[in-house]
Design a protein. Structure first.
Length: 344
C-alpha cells in the first residue's frame, strides 16, 4: 500500500527529529539536576546519535527481522566511514590527534572483529545460527569499557587553553570539552535551555517520535522487501542506514565547513562503536537475532573500511585524510552499494 511507503519515509524523519528532541531536552534536564557535563556528553549526547539505529534494532529484533538489525548497523557504519568521512575529506583535509588514531580507531577495529567472529557461524567451537545473550552481554561490556577508557583519557589529557572536541557523535548542538586553567578539570560547554514544562514536553514528543519512527521504518522495510522481491538486508543497508546516518552526515559537513575536522572523525568513529556495541548488543538481549546468510562478507567489508581509515590516518601527512583518500573512500562506498544491488 502507498500509505506504508509514506509512513516509511515519515518514520525516518521522525527518528531523526525525535532523537534531536531527546538529546536537547535530556541534556538540559541532566544539567539542571547537577549531573556532570562530561557525563552528559559521554552518555546522553553521544548515545543520542545511535537512537535511530537503536530503535530500528529493537523493533526489528521483536519482529524477528535479524536482517534489518544487521543491515542497518553494518550499512550505517560503512556509510559513516566511507561516505561521510569520504565526503568530508573531499571538502577539507581531515586530521586527527595521534591518541585517537592509536586508541579509538583500534577499538572500532576490535568491535568489528568481534562481530565478524560472532557472525562467522561458530563461537567457541559451537555452531551458531543466531545471536543471544552471550553476544549481547559481550558487546555491551565492550561499550562500558570504551566509555570508561574515554573518561580516563579525558582526565589524563594535558591542559589546552583552546580546548578539544569531544570524540563522539553529536546532534544539533556541538558541545566542546574545554579545560579550566583555574581548576584543571574538564567541562562540557553546551548550549542548554532553561528547564521548564516545554523541556519535558519536548522529551515526551522526542520519545514518541522515536517510537513511531522506528515502528514505521521497520514495518515499511518488511513490506517493501516482500512487495519488491528485495532482501530486507538490502533495504536496511541502503535506504534505512543512509536515513539514520543523516544526522552524523550533517554534523560532519558543518564541522568540515568550520574546520572542526576532529569532530567529524570523532563523530564517525564514535557512531561505529556505539552502533556495534550498543545497538547490536541491546537488540541481541531483546530477542535472539538470526544470523543472515553471507553476512560475514559485509562485516569483513566494514572491518576493511575501518582498517583503511586507520592506515590512511597513520600513513597520511599530519595523520589525516587527503582529498584523494576521500575520493577512494567514496568510490569504495559506491562499489559496496553496487555489490548489494547485484547480490539482491
Amino acid at each position: 500500500m502507498v500509505i506504508t511507503y509514506i509512513l516509511f519515509a515519515l518514520g525516518i524523519l521522525f527518528l531523526m527529529k525525535g532523537a534531536d528532541l531527546v538529546v536537547d531536552s535530556s541534556s538540559s534536564i541532566a544539567k539542571k539536576l547537577g549531573i556532570s557535563t562530561l557525563v552528559i556528553g559521554l552518555t546522553v549526547v553521544a548515545f543520542g546519535t545511535s537512537l535511530p539505529e537503536l530503535m530500528v534494532g529493537i523493533f526489528s529484533s521483536l519482529k524477528g527481522a535479524g536482517d534489518i538489525v544487521f543491515g542497518n548497523v553494518i550499512g550505517s557504519n560503512i556509510a559513516n566511514i566511507l561516505l561521510i568521512l569520504g565526503v568530508t575529506a573531499i571538502i577539507t583535509r581531515v586530521s586527527l590527534k595521534i591518541e585517537t588514531i592509536w586508541k579509538q580507531i583500534p577499538f572500532a577495529l576490535l568491535a568489528c572483529f568481534v562481530v565478524y567472529i560472532f557472525t562467522s557461524g561458530s563461537l567457541f567451537g559451537v555452531q551458531k545460527l543466531e545471536w543471544g545473550y552471550t553476544e549481547g552481554i559481550i558487546l555491551l561490556a565492550l561499550l562500558v569499557i570504551f566509555i570508561y577508557s574515554l573518561i580516563q583519557i579525558s582526565k589524563s589529557e594535558p591542559v589546552k587553553p583552546k580546548g578539544i572536541i569531544l570524540d563522539f557523535g553529536l546532534f544539533t548542538s556541538i558541545p566542546k570539552i574545554i579545560r579550566s586553567r583555574r581548576h584543571k578539570t574538564i567541562e562540557l560547554e553546551s548550549d542548554v535551555e532553561d528547564v521548564n514544562w516545554k523541556t519535558y514536553l519536548k522529551l515526551v514528543f522526542g520519545f514518541i517520535g522515536i517510537y513511531l519512527g522506528g515502528k514505521w521504518v521497520v514495518e515499511g522495510a518488511v513490506y517493501a522487501a516482500i512487495q519488491l522481491g528485495l532482501s530486507q538486508f538490502l533495504i536496511s543497508a541502503t535506504i534505512i542506514s543512509i536515513g539514520t546516518t543523516l544526522p552524523e552526515f550533517i554534523v560532519c559537513i558543518f564541522a568540515a565547513a568550520r574546520s572542526k575536522v576532529d569532530l567529524a572523525v570523532g563523530n564517525a568513529i564514535g557512531s561505529v562503536i556505539f552502533n556495534i556495541c550498543g545497538v547490536l548488543g541491546i537488540a541481541a538481549l531483546v530477542s535472539p537475532l538470526a544470523i543472515p546468510a553471507g553476512i560475514y562478507v559485509d562485516v569483513a567489508i566494514m572491518f576493511f573500511a575501518t582498517l583503511m581509515l586507520f592506515i590512511f590516518m597513520f600513513t597520511g601527512k599530519k595523520h589525516g585524510l587527503s582529498r584523494k583518500d576521500g575520493m577512494v573512500f567514496l568510490l569504495m562506498y559506491i562499489l559496496y552499494i553496487a555489490f548489494l544491488i547485484w547480490r539482491g
